[in-house]
Design a protein around this ligand. Sequence first.
Ligand code: FES
Ligand SMILES: [Fe+2]
Length: 359
Amino acid sequence: MTPIYPFSSVSQPYPQHQWYIAGWSGEITTTPLRRKMFGRDLLLLRTRNGDVKALTALCPHRQMPLCADNQKADRLICPYHGATFDQQGHCVSLPFQTHIPQGMDLTPFPVVEQAPFVWIWAAPEEPADMSRLPDTSILFPADDKKILFGTGTCHVRARSQIVLENLFDQSHISFTHPKTLGTRDIENGPTKACSIVEEPNRISFQHPARKHPTSPDIAALFPNIGPITSVQSRAELFGVSLVVAAGSEIISCNQEGQPGQTMGRLEFLHGITPETDTSTHYHFAILRDFSTDCDELSDLYSERNRSVITEDIRILDAIEPHLSTADGRHEPNFTSDAEAIHIRRRIEALIREESTVMD
Ligand code: FES
Ligand SMILES: [Fe+2]
Protein backbone atom coordinates (compact mmCIF):
# COMPACT_ATOMS: atom_id res chain seq x y z
CA MET A 1 0.00 0.00 0.00
CA THR A 2 1.36 3.41 -0.94
CA PRO A 3 0.15 6.04 1.50
CA ILE A 4 -1.78 8.83 -0.16
CA TYR A 5 -0.37 12.35 0.17
CA PRO A 6 -0.08 13.94 2.72
CA PHE A 7 -0.46 10.87 4.92
CA SER A 8 2.24 8.38 5.76
CA SER A 9 0.17 5.35 6.77
CA VAL A 10 -3.19 5.38 5.00
CA SER A 11 -4.32 5.20 1.40
CA GLN A 12 -7.67 6.91 1.89
CA PRO A 13 -7.83 10.67 1.30
CA TYR A 14 -10.27 11.61 4.10
CA PRO A 15 -12.17 9.95 6.96
CA GLN A 16 -15.58 8.67 5.92
CA HIS A 17 -17.23 7.73 9.21
CA GLN A 18 -17.64 11.40 10.02
CA TRP A 19 -19.95 14.38 9.72
CA TYR A 20 -19.12 17.11 7.21
CA ILE A 21 -20.71 20.46 6.46
CA ALA A 22 -23.08 19.89 3.53
CA GLY A 23 -24.05 23.54 3.27
CA TRP A 24 -25.66 26.49 4.98
CA SER A 25 -29.19 26.18 6.35
CA GLY A 26 -30.26 29.16 4.26
CA GLU A 27 -29.22 27.67 0.93
CA ILE A 28 -31.24 24.46 1.33
CA THR A 29 -34.81 25.02 0.23
CA THR A 30 -37.70 23.04 -1.24
CA THR A 31 -35.91 23.38 -4.61
CA PRO A 32 -33.31 20.57 -4.69
CA LEU A 33 -29.68 21.68 -4.75
CA ARG A 34 -27.23 19.46 -6.62
CA ARG A 35 -23.89 19.11 -4.85
CA LYS A 36 -21.29 16.43 -5.36
CA MET A 37 -19.77 15.22 -2.09
CA PHE A 38 -17.55 12.23 -1.30
CA GLY A 39 -17.49 11.44 -5.04
CA ARG A 40 -21.30 11.01 -5.10
CA ASP A 41 -23.80 13.19 -6.94
CA LEU A 42 -26.25 14.30 -4.27
CA LEU A 43 -29.39 16.39 -3.94
CA LEU A 44 -30.01 18.49 -0.86
CA LEU A 45 -33.59 19.55 -0.28
CA ARG A 46 -36.01 20.73 2.35
CA THR A 47 -39.38 19.06 2.75
CA ARG A 48 -42.51 21.12 3.25
CA ASN A 49 -42.34 20.54 7.01
CA GLY A 50 -38.82 21.96 7.07
CA ASP A 51 -36.68 18.80 7.32
CA VAL A 52 -33.49 18.61 5.30
CA LYS A 53 -32.85 15.52 3.15
CA ALA A 54 -29.80 14.40 1.20
CA LEU A 55 -30.34 11.82 -1.54
CA THR A 56 -28.22 10.39 -4.30
CA ALA A 57 -29.00 12.35 -7.46
CA LEU A 58 -28.67 9.55 -10.03
CA CYS A 59 -31.73 7.53 -11.02
CA PRO A 60 -30.84 3.89 -10.24
CA HIS A 61 -32.42 2.69 -13.52
CA ARG A 62 -29.89 4.11 -16.04
CA GLN A 63 -28.00 6.69 -13.93
CA MET A 64 -29.89 9.72 -15.23
CA PRO A 65 -28.95 12.74 -13.09
CA LEU A 66 -31.92 14.32 -11.31
CA CYS A 67 -32.12 18.02 -10.63
CA ALA A 68 -34.47 20.82 -9.57
CA ASP A 69 -36.10 20.83 -13.02
CA ASN A 70 -37.38 17.30 -12.37
CA GLN A 71 -39.42 18.27 -9.33
CA LYS A 72 -43.23 18.33 -9.51
CA ALA A 73 -44.93 19.11 -6.19
CA ASP A 74 -43.25 16.77 -3.64
CA ARG A 75 -42.02 14.30 -6.24
CA LEU A 76 -38.91 13.95 -8.37
CA ILE A 77 -39.66 12.53 -11.81
CA CYS A 78 -36.78 11.08 -13.80
CA PRO A 79 -36.68 12.80 -17.17
CA TYR A 80 -35.48 9.63 -18.96
CA HIS A 81 -38.21 6.97 -18.32
CA GLY A 82 -40.40 8.69 -15.76
CA ALA A 83 -39.63 6.86 -12.47
CA THR A 84 -41.16 8.90 -9.63
CA PHE A 85 -39.48 9.36 -6.24
CA ASP A 86 -40.75 10.83 -2.98
CA GLN A 87 -38.65 13.09 -0.76
CA GLN A 88 -37.37 10.15 1.27
CA GLY A 89 -35.86 8.78 -1.97
CA HIS A 90 -38.35 5.93 -2.36
CA CYS A 91 -39.35 5.09 -5.90
CA VAL A 92 -43.15 5.31 -5.62
CA SER A 93 -44.26 4.65 -9.20
CA LEU A 94 -43.20 3.74 -12.70
CA PRO A 95 -45.20 4.84 -15.71
CA PHE A 96 -45.89 1.49 -17.42
CA GLN A 97 -45.85 -1.15 -14.66
CA THR A 98 -47.07 -1.54 -11.10
CA HIS A 99 -44.13 -3.69 -9.98
CA ILE A 100 -41.15 -1.62 -8.83
CA PRO A 101 -37.96 -3.67 -9.16
CA GLN A 102 -35.56 -3.81 -6.20
CA GLY A 103 -32.81 -1.24 -6.03
CA MET A 104 -34.90 1.62 -7.46
CA ASP A 105 -34.69 3.84 -4.35
CA LEU A 106 -32.32 6.78 -4.16
CA THR A 107 -29.83 6.35 -1.30
CA PRO A 108 -30.47 8.73 1.61
CA PHE A 109 -27.46 10.19 3.44
CA PRO A 110 -28.06 11.03 7.12
CA VAL A 111 -28.21 14.80 7.69
CA VAL A 112 -28.55 16.96 10.78
CA GLU A 113 -29.39 20.63 10.74
CA GLN A 114 -27.73 22.72 13.45
CA ALA A 115 -28.31 26.18 12.05
CA PRO A 116 -26.44 27.79 10.43
CA PHE A 117 -24.92 24.45 9.37
CA VAL A 118 -26.34 21.36 7.72
CA TRP A 119 -24.14 18.36 8.49
CA ILE A 120 -23.98 15.21 6.39
CA TRP A 121 -22.67 11.77 7.36
CA ALA A 122 -20.25 10.66 4.64
CA ALA A 123 -20.78 6.91 4.83
CA PRO A 124 -24.47 6.07 4.16
CA GLU A 125 -23.79 2.32 4.36
CA GLU A 126 -22.66 2.75 8.00
CA PRO A 127 -25.01 3.81 10.80
CA ALA A 128 -24.53 7.51 11.52
CA ASP A 129 -22.63 7.99 14.76
CA MET A 130 -24.22 10.95 16.55
CA SER A 131 -21.40 11.05 19.09
CA ARG A 132 -19.15 12.29 16.28
CA LEU A 133 -21.35 15.25 15.44
CA PRO A 134 -19.44 18.32 16.65
CA ASP A 135 -21.11 20.50 19.24
CA THR A 136 -20.96 24.00 17.81
CA SER A 137 -23.08 25.59 20.57
CA ILE A 138 -19.86 27.06 22.00
CA LEU A 139 -19.78 29.33 18.93
CA PHE A 140 -23.36 30.47 19.45
CA PRO A 141 -24.02 31.02 23.16
CA ALA A 142 -27.74 31.59 23.80
CA ASP A 143 -27.37 35.12 25.23
CA ASP A 144 -24.84 36.16 22.62
CA LYS A 145 -25.35 39.06 20.28
CA LYS A 146 -23.09 37.72 17.56
CA ILE A 147 -24.09 38.08 13.92
CA LEU A 148 -23.22 35.69 11.12
CA PHE A 149 -22.43 37.39 7.82
CA GLY A 150 -20.36 37.07 4.63
CA THR A 151 -21.65 33.54 4.11
CA GLY A 152 -20.69 31.71 0.92
CA THR A 153 -19.36 28.57 -0.69
CA CYS A 154 -16.59 28.14 -3.23
CA HIS A 155 -14.73 25.31 -4.88
CA VAL A 156 -11.10 24.19 -4.62
CA ARG A 157 -9.39 21.91 -7.13
CA ALA A 158 -7.37 20.31 -4.35
CA ARG A 159 -7.83 17.50 -1.84
CA SER A 160 -9.60 18.40 1.40
CA GLN A 161 -6.66 17.54 3.66
CA ILE A 162 -4.38 20.25 2.25
CA VAL A 163 -7.22 22.78 2.38
CA LEU A 164 -7.68 21.90 6.05
CA GLU A 165 -3.98 22.08 6.86
CA ASN A 166 -3.65 25.46 5.15
CA LEU A 167 -5.97 26.89 7.80
CA PHE A 168 -3.54 25.90 10.55
CA ASP A 169 -0.51 27.27 8.73
CA GLN A 170 0.48 30.74 9.93
CA SER A 171 3.72 31.06 8.02
CA HIS A 172 2.10 31.44 4.59
CA ILE A 173 0.29 34.62 5.53
CA SER A 174 3.06 37.10 4.63
CA PHE A 175 3.63 35.45 1.26
CA THR A 176 0.18 34.36 0.13
CA HIS A 177 -1.74 37.31 1.57
CA PRO A 178 0.62 40.32 1.65
CA LYS A 179 -2.00 42.71 0.19
CA THR A 180 -4.98 41.50 2.20
CA LEU A 181 -3.46 40.55 5.56
CA GLY A 182 -0.11 42.34 5.37
CA THR A 183 3.37 41.04 5.94
CA ARG A 184 4.73 40.00 9.31
CA ASP A 185 8.16 40.57 10.74
CA ILE A 186 9.95 37.94 12.80
CA GLU A 187 8.39 39.26 16.01
CA ASN A 188 4.89 39.05 14.63
CA GLY A 189 5.46 35.90 12.63
CA PRO A 190 4.14 32.42 13.35
CA THR A 191 3.81 31.59 17.02
CA LYS A 192 3.72 28.31 18.82
CA ALA A 193 0.38 27.51 20.44
CA CYS A 194 0.56 28.35 24.14
CA SER A 195 -2.13 25.82 24.93
CA ILE A 196 -3.85 22.99 23.12
CA VAL A 197 -7.27 21.72 24.12
CA GLU A 198 -7.88 18.28 22.71
CA GLU A 199 -11.32 16.70 22.96
CA PRO A 200 -12.86 13.81 21.00
CA ASN A 201 -14.62 16.20 18.57
CA ARG A 202 -12.60 19.37 18.88
CA ILE A 203 -9.05 20.56 18.95
CA SER A 204 -8.16 24.11 19.78
CA PHE A 205 -4.80 25.86 19.51
CA GLN A 206 -4.63 28.97 21.61
CA HIS A 207 -2.01 31.48 20.47
CA PRO A 208 -0.12 33.87 22.73
CA ALA A 209 -1.77 37.28 23.05
CA ARG A 210 -0.27 40.04 20.88
CA LYS A 211 -0.19 43.55 22.24
CA HIS A 212 0.04 46.73 20.18
CA PRO A 213 -0.60 50.40 20.77
CA THR A 214 -4.29 50.86 19.94
CA SER A 215 -4.61 51.83 16.27
CA PRO A 216 -6.99 54.59 15.10
CA ASP A 217 -9.12 51.93 13.30
CA ILE A 218 -9.58 49.94 16.49
CA ALA A 219 -10.22 53.10 18.54
CA ALA A 220 -12.95 54.11 16.08
CA LEU A 221 -14.66 50.72 16.57
CA PHE A 222 -14.23 50.63 20.35
CA PRO A 223 -14.26 54.21 21.71
CA ASN A 224 -13.68 53.01 25.31
CA ILE A 225 -10.64 50.87 24.54
CA GLY A 226 -7.41 51.55 26.43
CA PRO A 227 -4.09 52.70 24.94
CA ILE A 228 -2.93 49.13 24.31
CA THR A 229 -4.88 46.49 22.41
CA SER A 230 -4.31 42.83 23.04
CA VAL A 231 -5.48 40.30 20.44
CA GLN A 232 -5.89 36.75 21.59
CA SER A 233 -6.34 34.38 18.67
CA ARG A 234 -7.02 30.68 18.27
CA ALA A 235 -7.43 28.08 15.56
CA GLU A 236 -9.90 25.26 16.11
CA LEU A 237 -11.15 22.21 14.33
CA PHE A 238 -14.64 20.92 15.15
CA GLY A 239 -15.00 17.30 14.09
CA VAL A 240 -13.17 16.98 10.78
CA SER A 241 -14.89 19.70 8.74
CA LEU A 242 -15.39 22.99 10.57
CA VAL A 243 -12.44 25.27 11.24
CA VAL A 244 -12.49 28.47 13.20
CA ALA A 245 -9.28 30.06 12.03
CA ALA A 246 -8.08 33.43 13.22
CA GLY A 247 -10.84 33.49 15.80
CA SER A 248 -9.88 36.47 17.89
CA GLU A 249 -10.77 38.32 20.99
CA ILE A 250 -9.95 42.02 21.15
CA ILE A 251 -9.01 43.00 24.70
CA SER A 252 -8.50 46.47 26.11
CA CYS A 253 -5.27 47.02 28.10
CA ASN A 254 -4.04 49.90 30.21
CA GLN A 255 -0.78 51.80 29.66
CA GLU A 256 1.17 49.04 31.43
CA GLY A 257 -0.36 46.42 29.14
CA GLN A 258 -2.53 44.96 31.92
CA PRO A 259 -5.50 43.29 30.20
CA GLY A 260 -8.97 44.48 31.11
CA GLN A 261 -12.29 44.09 29.34
CA THR A 262 -12.94 42.04 26.19
CA MET A 263 -14.20 44.56 23.63
CA GLY A 264 -15.21 42.24 20.81
CA ARG A 265 -14.95 38.84 19.19
CA LEU A 266 -14.35 38.13 15.53
CA GLU A 267 -14.36 34.57 14.20
CA PHE A 268 -13.84 33.25 10.69
CA LEU A 269 -15.62 29.98 9.95
CA HIS A 270 -14.46 27.58 7.25
CA GLY A 271 -16.36 24.40 6.36
CA ILE A 272 -14.15 21.98 4.46
CA THR A 273 -15.92 19.11 2.71
CA PRO A 274 -14.53 16.68 0.11
CA GLU A 275 -16.20 16.90 -3.29
CA THR A 276 -14.04 14.12 -4.72
CA ASP A 277 -10.67 12.67 -3.68
CA THR A 278 -8.95 15.70 -5.21
CA SER A 279 -11.46 18.53 -4.95
CA THR A 280 -13.20 20.30 -2.10
CA HIS A 281 -16.15 22.51 -1.19
CA TYR A 282 -15.11 25.48 0.88
CA HIS A 283 -17.93 27.06 2.93
CA PHE A 284 -17.08 30.31 4.66
CA ALA A 285 -18.67 32.88 6.99
CA ILE A 286 -17.77 35.39 9.70
CA LEU A 287 -19.11 35.93 13.21
CA ARG A 288 -18.74 39.12 15.23
CA ASP A 289 -20.32 40.63 18.32
CA PHE A 290 -19.43 44.31 17.90
CA SER A 291 -20.88 47.07 15.69
CA THR A 292 -23.42 44.44 14.67
CA ASP A 293 -25.67 46.90 12.85
CA CYS A 294 -22.89 48.39 10.72
CA ASP A 295 -23.39 47.03 7.20
CA GLU A 296 -20.32 48.85 5.94
CA LEU A 297 -18.14 46.92 8.37
CA SER A 298 -19.81 43.65 7.32
CA ASP A 299 -19.09 44.46 3.67
CA LEU A 300 -15.49 45.35 4.45
CA TYR A 301 -14.79 42.12 6.35
CA SER A 302 -16.72 39.99 3.83
CA GLU A 303 -14.86 41.38 0.84
CA ARG A 304 -11.50 40.96 2.48
CA ASN A 305 -12.33 37.42 3.56
CA ARG A 306 -13.35 36.48 0.02
CA SER A 307 -10.09 37.93 -1.32
CA VAL A 308 -8.06 36.01 1.30
CA ILE A 309 -9.83 32.76 0.40
CA THR A 310 -9.28 33.41 -3.33
CA GLU A 311 -5.56 33.85 -2.62
CA ASP A 312 -5.46 30.56 -0.69
CA ILE A 313 -7.33 28.73 -3.45
CA ARG A 314 -4.86 29.97 -6.08
CA ILE A 315 -2.05 28.29 -4.12
CA LEU A 316 -3.97 25.08 -3.36
CA ASP A 317 -5.10 24.68 -6.99
CA ALA A 318 -1.47 25.07 -8.10
CA ILE A 319 -0.23 22.39 -5.70
CA GLU A 320 -2.79 19.65 -6.33
CA PRO A 321 -1.71 18.55 -9.86
CA HIS A 322 1.71 17.66 -8.41
CA LEU A 323 0.62 15.71 -5.38
CA SER A 324 0.24 12.28 -6.92
CA THR A 325 4.02 12.23 -7.35
CA ALA A 326 4.38 13.05 -3.64
CA ASP A 327 2.54 9.94 -2.42
CA GLY A 328 4.60 8.17 0.21
CA ARG A 329 7.40 10.74 0.02
CA HIS A 330 9.12 11.99 3.15
CA GLU A 331 8.45 15.70 3.24
CA PRO A 332 10.52 18.36 5.02
CA ASN A 333 8.66 20.45 7.60
CA PHE A 334 9.23 23.87 9.15
CA THR A 335 8.88 24.55 12.86
CA SER A 336 5.78 26.56 12.02
CA ASP A 337 4.12 23.48 10.47
CA ALA A 338 3.53 22.00 13.93
CA GLU A 339 -0.21 22.74 14.11
CA ALA A 340 -0.95 21.55 10.57
CA ILE A 341 1.01 18.36 11.23
CA HIS A 342 -0.88 17.85 14.49
CA ILE A 343 -4.15 18.07 12.50
CA ARG A 344 -2.73 15.72 9.86
CA ARG A 345 -1.87 13.10 12.48
CA ARG A 346 -5.28 13.38 14.10
CA ILE A 347 -7.13 12.93 10.78
CA GLU A 348 -4.80 10.10 9.78
CA ALA A 349 -5.56 8.31 13.07
CA LEU A 350 -9.29 8.60 12.36
CA ILE A 351 -8.81 7.07 8.89
CA ARG A 352 -6.69 4.28 10.36
CA GLU A 353 -9.31 3.61 13.01
CA GLU A 354 -12.09 3.19 10.46
CA SER A 355 -10.02 1.00 8.14
CA THR A 356 -9.27 -1.26 11.14
CA VAL A 357 -13.00 -1.42 11.87
CA MET A 358 -13.64 -2.42 8.23
CA ASP A 359 -10.90 -5.11 8.12
S1 FES B 1 -33.03 6.44 -16.03
FE1 FES B 1 -34.54 7.09 -14.65
S2 FES B 1 -36.28 5.95 -15.13
FE2 FES B 1 -34.78 5.28 -16.52
FE1 LIG C 1 -4.35 31.65 3.82
